[in-house]
Every structure is written in structure tokens, then in C-alpha cells.
Design a protein around this ligand. Structure first.
Ligand code: MRU
Length: 389
């Protein structure tokens, strides 16, 4: 299905007045709630336009947000959760049918479990007060839930960075780390500084990052467009490579650890993340390099028993058969929208994610601590601990 941004999305401004979210190392926060003259709005940093320009998208209704999610204007598991929660708050504040909006938002993309989590959390908060206190109070409760999730994500991000750096130092003592990462896991996906990227950034601040190897991340170049953008803004030593070049980099002994995020972690420890993560795990195992997954506990889904049960999003083949410049991505990836790099009518296989089995994962780092080795029992204990506090 083609992806196109339409509806109630308007170009915004770079005015950060009324910012709720932290700007962090970005010029504009990845997401913020704002009050406009016409009512509340959700303002997104349009990730389809980076790094060419830092532009905002203003969502005035849940359907506009659904389209922004599908087009990857807002993306990355933790941020999808935050966006989903604000989307419910937006629906409530603007008088849309909240149940209908919640269903559309939760179903906008299937793999990152954080999206459904954020949506349901805000929806539950809304429902809990609706009957007794009415629409306005219920809308306020949904917004409070979204803000709480946003804040928790920022705090969790800082704790993941701490746990992750400690683990790196244990695994690679005395190291000046050379870290390979895939996709984008920084401030663009978080209320804070992200997941895997936050660990690398923390190593950099401690003077312990020798190099960040950045996979370009085909087909939509989240590594080249977004991670390189964040690394440059933070003054990190980084080098961009095509996904295919990773093998020779491992063979040359240039990678000390792989750090990636996750979209969903099944109960058995299987990890769904951006397509291309699984081949890195295989390479890492062959070359005896730690393969570390960094994600908040909200990415662990006890309801998904194993890797085979994770629904992997399949995206339009046009993302593979055509090249689309960053600036034009937001106009829609569809036939004729980009530069054809394959004969007309070519079929493409375009899964957005792949699944890495737990035995290839050295450790899962969360804000509640590290699970290593990765086992169903270890994950369950960690989740229980997070719920009890
Ligand atoms: O399709 P995307 O860009 O939303 O995919 C994002 C990823 O795969 C990230 O690595 C994942 O969400 C973890 S973000 C901390």
C-alpha cells in the first residue's frame, strides 16, 4: 500500500514555545504538545525531511497522526508509544471518537509494541474518569498519561545509558569502544536521548567512544539520514557505511560491539528490530563480538511468546524499487515519486524488520537492568521487578 501524507497535517514552524518534550541534542524536539488558537495540536519534527531540513508537522486530528506514523514522519518504538498516547489525548481534547481513534492509532504500524502500549495507556486513563467526571476531565487524564509516558521515557533513557555503558566496560575492559549501530535509536525516537544511541553518546561523553560505525539502513536510510545527523550534532566520531560493508568491517577486527534498539521483544527474548539487524547478529556471533540490544521494558511483550509470533510490517515495494530524496519522502513514496532504480513492474520484498533469536543476543539492556544471558526467565523476572516498583 502506498504511503502518502494528506489530511490535517500542516507545515509548522520551528517555534519551540510551549515545548513539553526535551530538545536534547536536537534543534527541535521530536514531539511536543502545544495549544494553538484553534485548539490543542501535536507537533512533530518531520523525520522524513531530515537531514535536509528541520521542519515541523502539526497534527490537528488523530487521522493526520496515523498518516504521519505510516509515512515515518514520527517513528522508532519508544517515540511511537509516546505519539500514540498523545494521539489519544488529541482525539479526546478535540472531541473525536476516542475508541475509534485509539484503534486506528494502535493499528497504524504493527511491529513496535510500544505504539499499542502508549495508545492503551492513554485510553485507559481516559476511560477511568469518563463516566464519573465527564469529557473534559477524561481528556485531561489522557493528556496526563501521555505526559507521564513521555517523562518516563526520558528518565528511562538516561538509566539505559548508564546500564549500557557499565555493561560495555565490563565486556570490553579498558576499552576505547568501536561500536556498530543500525537504524536510528537516539533523541529522534525518545523523550530523552534514546536507547542504543544513548549508550554510545554516554561513552562519547566519558571519552570512551573511539568510533561509531553507522549502518546506512536500507531502504529508508534511517542510519544515514538520522543517526549520522544525531552523531554529527553531538560531535561524535562516526563513519557511515552501507549495510553490506559491515561484514568486511567485522573481518578487519574493527568492531568491538554491536548496539541496537528493538521494536518488540518476545517473551522468549527474540528481538524484532529494523531489517538488517539479524544479519549483524550472525556476523557478531561468527566474529565473537557482543551483540547488545537496548530497549525500555515497554518493548518487551509477554503476550508474544516467540519470534515467529511477531508480526513483521511489510512496506511498499516502491521503497526498494525507487530512490526518494529525504525532502520528498514526506510527499509520499509511490510509483513515480522517486527515481526508478529497477525496471517498471519489478516486485520487491520489503519487510521493515527482522527477528533475531535470543541465543544470538549477548544482553538486553533496559532501564531496570541487564538481562544476560537472554532467557525467558530472566526477562520475566526483570518485567516483574519493573511492575512492582
Ligand atoms: O521503521 P522505523 O524507523 O520505525 O524502525 C525503527 C527501528 O527499527 C529502531 O531501531 C527501533 O524502533 C528501536 S528505536 C529505540
Amino acid at each position: 500500500e502506498d504511503i502518502r501524507l494528506t489530511g490535517d497535517i500542516q507545515p509548522g514552524t520551528a517555534d519551540t514555545h510551549g515545548v513539553l518534550g526535551s530538545v536534547g541534542s536536537l534543534g527541535i524536539p521530536a514531539i511536543r504538545w502545544d495549544e494553538s488558537a484553534e485548539g490543542p495540536v501535536l507537533v512533530l519534527l518531520d523525520q522524513t525531511r531530515l537531514p535536509a531540513e528541520e521542519a515541523e508537522l502539526v497534527c490537528t486530528d488523530p487521522q493526520g497522526l496515523v498518516q504521519a506514523i505510516r509515512a515515518l514522519a514520527v517513528r522508532g518504538a519508544p517515540l511511537l508509544g509516546i505519539a500514540g498516547a498523545y494521539g489519544v489525548a488529541l482525539a479526546a481534547a478535540r472531541g473525536f471518537d476516542v475508541a475509534e481513534a485509539a484503534q486506528a492509532l494502535a493499528g497504524a504500524r504493527p511491529t513496535a509494541v510500544n505504539l499499542a502500549y502508549g495508545v492503551h495507556r492513554a485510553q485507559e486513563a481516559h476511560q477511568a474518569v469518563l463516566a464519573a467526571r465527564g469529557e473534559e476531565a477524561a481528556a485531561g487524564a489522557a493528556l496526563a498519561a501521555a505526559r507521564a509516558l513521555h517523562r518516563e521515557d526520558a528518565e528511562g533513557s538516561a538509566r539505559m545509558a548508564e546500564h549500557g555503558l557499565r555493561l560495555l566496560d565490563e565486556l570490553l575492559p579498558g576499552g576505547q569502544h568501536r561500536i556498530l549501530t543500525h537504524c536510528n535509536t537516539g533523541a529522534l525516537v525518545s523523550g530523552g536521548e534514546g536507547t542504543a544511541f544513548a549508550v554510545a553518546l554516554s561513552a562519547h561523553r566519558e571519552g570512551r567512544l573511539r568510533r561509531l560505525w553507522v549502518d546506512e539502513t536500507r531502504p529508508l536510510l534511517q542510519g544515514a539520514r538520522l543517526t549520522a545527523y544525531e552523531a554529527a550534532r553531538n560531535g561524535m566520531p562516526y563513519t557511515l557505511l552501507t549495510d553490506n560493508a559491515a561484514g568486511s568491517l567485522f573481518a578487519a577486527g574493527e568492531v568491538d560491539a554491536v548496539l541496537i534498539g528493538a521494536d518488540r521483544i518476545a517473551a522468549d527474548g527474540s528481538v524484532a528490530n529494523k531489517v538488517g539487524s539479524y544479519p549483524l547478529a550472525v556476523l557478531a556471533r561468527y566474529h565473537h563480538v557482543p551483540f547488545i540490544v537496548v530497549a525500555p521494558v515497554t518493548t518487551v511483550d509477554p503476550e508474544t511468546p516467540d519470534g515467529a509470533s511477531i508480526e513483521v510490517e511489510q512496506r511498499s515495494g516502491h521503497e526498494v524499487t525507487e530512490l526518494t530524496a529525504p525532502r520528498a519522502l514526506s510527499a509520499g513514496v509511490e510509483a513515480g515519486g522517486g527515481i526508478a532504480v529497477a525496471p517498471l513492474g519489478t516486485q520487491a520484498y520489503n519487510p521493515a524488520f527482522d527477528v533475531t533469536p535470543p541465543d544470538l543476543v549477548t544482553a538486553i539492556v533496559t532501564e531496570w537492568g541487564v538481562v544476560a544471558p537472554v532467557t525467558a526467565e530472566g526477562l520475566r523476572e526483570l518485567c516483574d521487578r519493573s511492575r512492582q516498583s
